[in-house]
Design a protein around this ligand. Sequence first.
Ligand code: SAM
Ligand code: SF4
Length: 345
Amino acid sequence: MSEAHLNKTAPLIDPFQRAITYLRVSVTDRCDFRCVYCMAEDMTFLPKADVLSLEELDRLCSAFVSVGVRKLRLTGGEPLVRRDIMWLIERLGRHLDTGDLDELTLTTNGSQLARYAQDLYDAGVRRINVSIDTLDAAKFKEITRWGRLDQVLAGLDAAKAAGLKVKINAVALRGVNDDEIERLVEWCGVEGFDLTFIEVMPLGEIGGDVGSANRVDQYLPLSMVRARLKERWTLDESDHRTGGPARYVTIRETGQRIGFITPLTHNFCESCNRVRLTCTGTLFMCLGQDDAADLRAPLRESDDDGHVVQAIREAITRKPKGHDFIIDRRRKQPAVPRHMSVTGG
Ligand code: SAM
Ligand code: SF4
């Protein structure tokens, strides 16, 4: 064990004996897309004055690393649209150099990857998640409202050229991309990307109650996605686990591993190793619960990070056992009022 490990203060263990080793950070709630399941077109964003500076985000993330967080994922909103984001990523990279952090990664819509892929690699990022729900340019525009598929595909080329390993996240949407499931699998196989399907989650008002802007109508259970895949391939259940909500199968014919994230089931809470930080310094101990802790006040109160670490420890004692997601089919209300862009996906 390295000296850095021996010097660590006590790790974060929650009341259910789960070690908290994974922090997801929403570095901005803003985005250059307006995906129909994620945001309303006329979103109101957090006031800039409430948002932590990049220096403050670095201090907070580093405080988490000092108490045993070994994986950091930057997300949003769109992390790569935050001004000077590379400064933060490069700063956080120092924890990779010391061995205190195993992984620094991000989830992105890919729109800015052509510009940043090489810088990300140089900063120590090795894997990224890129969200693409369709390979049809017109549908892509419909889903993202403001996005362009060709721009994202160019970003993926740049990521490959830079040596970044890519995982594609695709939200399964009834009547939108259910006819593209096999095509997505094949494309990822050819490109050498991993692939995970995600079930739509009831987070935040997205505006409208008709057509594509209604999550109850969009909801496509992943059991249906599996069923489609089974018509074409043989699926072997895999015991591969990442500590997260994904469950995996291997396609026997191609050897490809496909992930499924079904957040409405409770099959992952018992092994949950993660917490989520918003860009205003609010810590959510569970994606599906409202309880949160403010870390901005202790951060700004003093230059001594001891205050923040104490606030983090206190928050972890309140991490709940599991979540309470339900899609309310009668009232069509989100189960949790926050948008995914606030807590990060
Ligand atoms: N902008 C980046 C992106 O799209 O990858 C990062 C943030 S986004 C909120 C993270 C992930 O959450 C994306 O894969 C997106 O498809 C997913 N997502 C957003 N809203 C969702 C919802 N209501 N249900 C399920 N997944 C959702
Ligand atoms: Fe933006 Fe990502 Fe939400 Fe789409 S899913 S609107 S890209 S934050």
